[in-house]
Design a protein around this ligand. Structure first.
Ligand code: ATP
Length: 205
């Protein structure tokens, strides 16, 4: 999987639509303090389904939306679109027919909070689909390939269990844990239903 393009609209300090084309080879992003370099990295985590506001240096997901300046009003929504090249089919199964995937996440401010809407190649998707898609390709919002400021010292001081989580992300098995958890929940629900069925048949006999 290779990131080809990134488009930010109203995301944090990127109030105007901003396109980044990532060409083959090494790409460096340089600029003065506060120009938005870390925001750019956070947009990558966010579009891949990040749920932790703290990891995005924020208190809530609404902080992803441009909050306004003395000269510009705040926006009501933000969107990040990432185009990835999947010609080596690193991203799994149902998306394999496409050489390019366009993944987008939009957040809209609502009275009762905010709401995220995900799309893959224009088709609505769930957060879980996006998270699993990247987890299976050993990447995603928590990928060790995305290193935020202070993360290295956090890692050095981390408990072994947390360090293990990082290795599991890198090995691409995080998605399997999610699926196992979901399967266990379904199994438990089926067991409860069976018990109820026993009660009902017991009453009928
Ligand atoms: P440094 O080199 O110091 O690490 P940087 O280039 O990584 O800086 P960022 O941390 O990405 O810069 O950007 C910080 C800027 O983004 C600040 O000016 C901050 O006000 C702005 N910013 C963050 N969130 C929002 C938001 N929701 N709306 C508007 N501006 C925002």
């Amino acid at each position: 999987m290779k990131i080809d393009k990134l488009r930010l609209v109203g995301f944090k300090s990127f109030v105007e639509p901003t396109d980044f084309e990532i060409r083959p080879g090494l790409t460096g992003i340089v600029g003065p303090n506060g120009c938005g370099k870390s925001n750019l990295l956070e947009s990558l985590r966010w579009v891949m389904g990040a749920t932790s506001a703290k990891a995005l240096r924020s208190t809530g997901m609404e902080d992803m939306i441009f909050s306004g300046t003395s000269q510009r009003p705040a926006r009501q929504w933000a969107e990040v679109t990432m185009t990835v090249r999947n010609d080596r089919k690193d991203l799994p199964v149902e998306f394999n027919e496409h050489d390019f995937l366009e993944i987008s996440r939009r957040i809209v401010k609502k009275e009762e909070g905010s709401q995220s809407l995900y799309k893959v190649n224009g088709k609505e998707a769930r957060a879980r689909d996006i998270q699993l898609l990247f987890a299976d390709a050993s990447t995603g919002a928590n990928s060790p390939a995305l290193v935020r400021q202070g993360q290295i010292s956090e890692l050095i001081n981390a408990k072994p269990a947390n360090r293990r989580k990082l290795l599991e992300e890198a090995a691409g098995i995080t998605g399997l844990y999610t699926r196992r958890h979901e399967a266990e929940l379904r199994l438990r629900a089926a067991e409860t239903n069976l018990e109820r069925l026993d009660d009902v048949t017991g009453e009928l006999e």
